[in-house]
Structures are given as structure tokens and as C-alpha cells.
Design a protein around this ligand. Structure first.
Ligand code: NAP
Length: 526
């Protein structure tokens, strides 16, 4: 394998971390064997150096204009593209994901960076607002007020295990932080260290090409959680982005809240993504719906935070036949390799919990496996589902729970009983629309994204996307972690009052040199 040499050492700005920390190896989850590549945990001194460098870089990045920021993001995209063969080698080896997925995810990561590049180059995202002063107003003169979004400062990103590229080192969290003008320190997910280092080298090359400060990016490896915790407590860090378990997200939130100066933690922690199959749709096209939901629930061995974990299906003979059909599809699905051993173990625990719950019927569970993602389908009546909140918990993997609903009132109660969700789906034909509109009213209170006649997996990277939701889907319900709106997590609004034009940021100057779309005295104008 030619290409950039991987050393298994952290990237601290332009330097390497020192060897000597606890070692861990890259691991192949399919063969269950260590890969011949050793990684060295960063030291607390490495972490401190990374945050100090980031702190120095922060004002420089915040002051870059949109064109410069866009050039940096595009340069990362180009450097990732030139490492395509290496990513297609390492990602499948470290994750067990097929090479087509690795290739597709790399393309998504590159497209994501380019989307942010175009967005910051245009520049209106800073949401400039201008209200001209009025010295003649009585009894008090009205001040001249101008506000816009500006970068928050160093951001710590925890790479996600289930998206080794698109939600890892150069993924959406990092891209949105750089786009907002913030330096990034990534704590690498130990499930894909070689892919992480390779992505880190691409970012480093882009920093060099664009002449940016070395503290724009650091990448820290760690065999334990010590470095992640140290970063969270570091006074120079201004925000945290995380994708992973509820336990992990909660722990990071608590550490950040306990700081003398609490900082925001944007954690995306997954959900059961309920799908409500309405009676007319079920009767008209049940087989197609079963095929669609089966594919969504089992693709990628079910390791998506938007995987449909709960399907609400009407009682009665049509529903009964549909459930049998879906169980047959699950039965024909091969057992897949899961991303990591802990994820496989926690999946096994989850399906064993469901299998041993009184009143929950096992429709299809192959012989349990300690390492594999055994496709699993369960069924429960609505009264039990409503009375047992443990059935509302995500089982991360190819597992779904069918809840049999008596009628619309029952479905509404089910919807109301659920905690915050990333997504909620209604599958309906026109004859179901009256009932669907009532259901959608409830679901939009619960979910970051409400969809009809589709599947929740497959999150479009775009301007209008929301990938977040009320607790416990995420920690900050106003924002999401996919698409350009994700940048808002790493900004704060600053208002300039009566500051002379020449001293204002360009985006707020009277002449509007970059021709941004701005809110001027209550009117949107360029
Ligand atoms: P995780 O256990 O939450 O870990 C994610 C990252 O956060 C890892 O780098 C982990 O370090 C770090 N971390 C977790 N708790 C920490 C703490 N208290 N202090 C410092 N660092 C901490 O997630 P995972 O390893 O990806 O998978 C475990 C479970 O998370 C899955 O079974 C699934 O339920 C869920 N998950 C959800 C999503 C989603 O999209 N919402 C995605 C993937 C996984 P260590 O690895 O060293 O612990």
C-alpha cells in the first residue's frame, strides 16, 4: 500500500505526539484480529499543547474572509480525494464496512466539505442585522446597532464509530466548526485509528497549502477516556461536538457543566425513530412498505442513529399478515459484522433484554452471537409498550420492535409517550391524510425531522436538513449536526453599538462590500 506513511502518533499542530503513551492496535472486526499498526495514546501535555495552539489560531481563523475559509475546506476535500485508495483500504479493514460504503462515505465527506466551502464563500450565513440609529428620537436617541455571528473558539470533536469518514476526523462536526471559523481538536475514535490518521494528514496538508496556523487542527489518539475528559476540562476549549451513546454524551455534558466556565456540548445520541404505518397505506402496498422498512432497518448492520427501531402497525388481519411478511425478510437477512466489540456486546445485551421482557414476542432472532449483528424483530401490544419505558430505548443494530396499535387514539398515545427523537415517519396514502395530520402535529413536538412515505436512514447533507432533536436524541434542540445549519453551534452573536463604520467587520459596514443578504431596518436586502 503506497501513500502517506502512518506512524500511529497523534498530530499536535504541525508536530507529532511523543511515543510512550499506552498503546493500542487497529483492529479488524471481521477476522477479530489485530491489524499490524500500533497507536500511541497522547499525553495530557500533548492535549494541553493542542489546545494552546488552537487558542493561538482562533483569532486568525475567525478573521479569515469567506473566500479564504472556503479555500481551506476545498483544499481538505481535494487532499481527501487524493487519498481515496488508502481510505478504501483502511476503512473496510478497520470497520468491516464494505468497500462500496467506504467509497460512498468518502464522496459524501468531500461533498460535505464543498457544501460548506460554497456557503461560507457566499457569506450571508453570518446573518448580519443592521438597525440605523436615530439621534432625533425622544426621549432617548436610538443607538446604531449591528450584529452578526462570529466564531466561538477552539472546538473539540469526538469522532463517531459508525461514520469513520463523514462523522469523524474531517466529517460534518469538524467541517462546520472550521466553516464557522473555529480551530478543531479531534479525539479519534479508537475503532478506526488508521483512517483517522490518514484523514488527519490530509487536513494537515490543506493547512500547509493554505498557509493557516498549525493550531487549526490537532488529532489525539487515546486508549482510554482520559484525554477526552482532559480536553473537556481545558479552559481554552469553547465547545464540544459528539456523536455516540447516551451514556457518553451525558458524561461529557456533565463534565462541561461542572467546569468553572461551563461550555456547550452538542451531543447527538440516537433514538428509536418511530415509523407509523397507516391503515390505508398498509392495505394498498404492504409488501413494498415491508421491503422498504426492512432495508432501512438492516442496512449497514443497522448501525445508523436513524435506523427505524420502532414500527407502529395497526391491529387486525392485514397487520398480522404484514408482520409475518416482515419477519420473513428479517429471517432471510445474513448476520453482519458489527463495527466494534463493545457495540456487538451492547447489541447482544439489547436483544436479550427484549427477548426476556414478558409480553414481548420474538418474531425473528437467529441464534444469538457475541460478535455479529443478528437481525432481530420483536412485537408488542401497545398497552405494554405504553407502560414500559425500557421498550422505548434504542438497541443500536439491526433490531426493530413492532408495536400493534388499536386505532388512531392508540397511535397518538404511543407518539406522545416517546422521548425526543431524531426522526419520526408516517407512511400514509391519501385516505390516511386526516389521521396523519393529527399524528404529525404530535410528532413534530418530538422529533428533529418528520418525514412521510420514506425511510429515516439516509440523511441528506444540505441547507434545510435537521439532524438533532429534543433530549435524549441530542443535547441542544435548536441545532443539528448535519448540513450548513450545524455551523450555528460554533458561533455566538455579537452586537456592535455606535461603532464607526471603518472599525466594523466588513459584513456590517454600510457599503456592504461583499454584497451579503442582510436584515437592514427590518427589511432583507443585499
Ligand atoms: P461511545 O461509547 O459513546 O463513545 C464515543 C466516543 O466518546 C469515544 O471516543 C469514547 O471514547 C468517547 N467517550 C465516551 N464516553 C466518554 C467519557 N465518559 N469520557 C470521555 N470520553 C468518552 O460510542 P461508540 O463507541 O461509538 O458506541 C457505543 C454505543 O453508542 C453504541 O452501542 C450505540 O448505542 C451508540 N452509538 C450511537 C450513535 C449515534 O449516531 N447516535 C453512533 C454510534 C454509536 P472510548 O472509545 O475510549 O470510550
Amino acid at each position: 500500500m503506497s501513500g502517506m506513511e502512518l506512524q500511529g502518533l497523534s498530530l499536535i499542530g504541525a508536530q507529532r505526539g511523543a511515543p510512550g503513551g499506552a498503546e493500542f492496535t487497529a483492529f479488524d472486526p471481521v477476522s477479530a484480529e489485530d491489524l499490524p499498526l500500533t497507536f500511541h495514546s497522547a499525553s495530557v501535555a500533548d492535549a494541553q499543547r493542542a489546545t494552546a495552539l488552537a487558542s493561538t489560531a482562533a483569532p486568525v481563523l475567525a478573521a479569515l474572509d469567506g473566500r479564504q475559509r472556503g479555500a481551506f475546506l476545498s483544499s481538505i476535500a481535494a487532499h481527501l480525494e487524493s487519498g481515496r485508495a488508502e481510505f478504501e483500504h483502511w476503512v473496510p479493514l478497520e470497520t468491516g464496512l464494505p468497500s462500496a460504503r467506504a467509497s460512498g462515505e468518502l464522496s459524501r465527506t468531500i461533498a460535505q466539505l464543498r457544501l460548506f466551502a460554497g456557503w461560507v464563500e457566499e457569506g450571508s450565513w453570518v446573518d448580519a442585522r443592521i438597525e440605523h440609529g436615530d439621534p432625533t428620537r425622544t426621549p432617548l436617541a436610538r443607538p446604531d446597532l449591528r450584529s452578526m455571528l462570529r466564531a466561538l473558539g477552539p472546538v473539540v470533536v469526538f469522532g463517531a464509530s459508525n461514520f469513520p469518514l463523514a462523522f469523524s476526523v474531517a466529517g460534518g462536526d469538524s467541517a462546520s466548526a472550521w466553516a464557522a471559523g473555529c480551530p478543531v481538536i479531534v479525539k479519534a475514535h479508537p475503532a478506526h485509528p488508521a483512517s483517522s490518521e490518514r484523514a488527519g494528514l490530509a487536513i494537515r496538508a490543506a493547512i500547509k497549502q493554505c498557509g493557516l496556523p498549525e493550531g487549526t487542527f490537532s488529532l489525539l489518539f487515546d486508549a482510554s477516556q482520559a484525554i477526552g475528559s482532559a480536553l473537556l476540562r481545558d479552559s481554552q476549549v469553547r465547545a464540544v461536538a459528539f456523536t455516540g451513546s447516551r451514556r457518553g454524551g451525558r458524561a461529557l455534558l456533565d463534565i462541561a457543566a461542572a467546569r468553572p466556565d461551563p461550555i456547550p456540548v452538542y451531543a447527538e445520541m440516537g433514538s428509536v425513530n418511530p415509523v407509523f404505518v397507516m391503515p390505508q397505506a398498509l392495505a394498498a402496498r404492504g409488501d413494498a412498505i415491508a421491503a422498504q422498512l426492512h432495508a432501512s432497518a438492516t442496512q449497514g448492520v443497522g448501525q445508523f442513529c436513524t435506523n427505524p427501531g420502532v414500527m407502529v402497525v395497526p391491529h387486525g388481519v392485514v397487520g398480522d399478515a404484514w408482520v409475518v411478511k416482515l419477519a420473513g425478510l428479517f429471517a432471510g437477512t445474513p448476520v453482519g459484522s458489527m463495527l466494534t466489540r463493545p457495540i456487538a456486546e451492547s447489541y447482544l445485551e439489547g436483544i436479550q433484554r427484549l427477548a426476556s421482557s414478558a409480553g414481548v414476542r420474538c418474531l425473528h432472532v437467529k441464534a444469538a452471537s457475541a460478535t455479529g449483528g443478528v437481525p432481530s424483530l420483536f412485537e408488542v401490544d401497545s398497552d405494554l409498550f405504553l407502560s414500559d419505558p425500557t421498550l422505548h430505548e434504542e438497541v443500536f443494530g439491526p433490531c426493530s420492535l413492532i408495536v400493534r396499535s388499536q386505532d388512531l387514539t392508540d397511535s397518538l398515545d404511543i407518539a406522545r409517550s416517546l422521548p425526543g427523537q431524531l426522526t419520526a415517519t408516517v407512511i400514509a396514502d391519501s385516505g390516511d391524510y386526516t389521521a396523519s395530520s393529527v399524528l404529525l402535529e404530535v410528532l413534530q413536538e418530538k422529533a428533529g425531522r418528520v418525514l412521510m412515505n420514506g425511510v429515516p436512514t439516509g440523511v441528506e447533507v444540505s441547507h434545510a436538513m435537521v439532524h438533532g432533536g429534543p433530549w435524549p436524541a441530542a443535547t441542544a434542540p435548536l441545532t443539528g449536526s448535519v448540513g450548513t445549519a450545524a455551523m450555528l453551534r460554533f458561533c455566538r452573536r455579537v452586537c456592535w453599538q455606535d461603532v464607526p463604520d471603518a472599525l466594523l467587520p466588513a459584513a456590517l459596514q454600510e457599503s456592504n462590500p461583499a454584497e451579503l443578504l442582510r436584515l437592514v431596518d427590518g427589511q432583507w436586502r443585499r
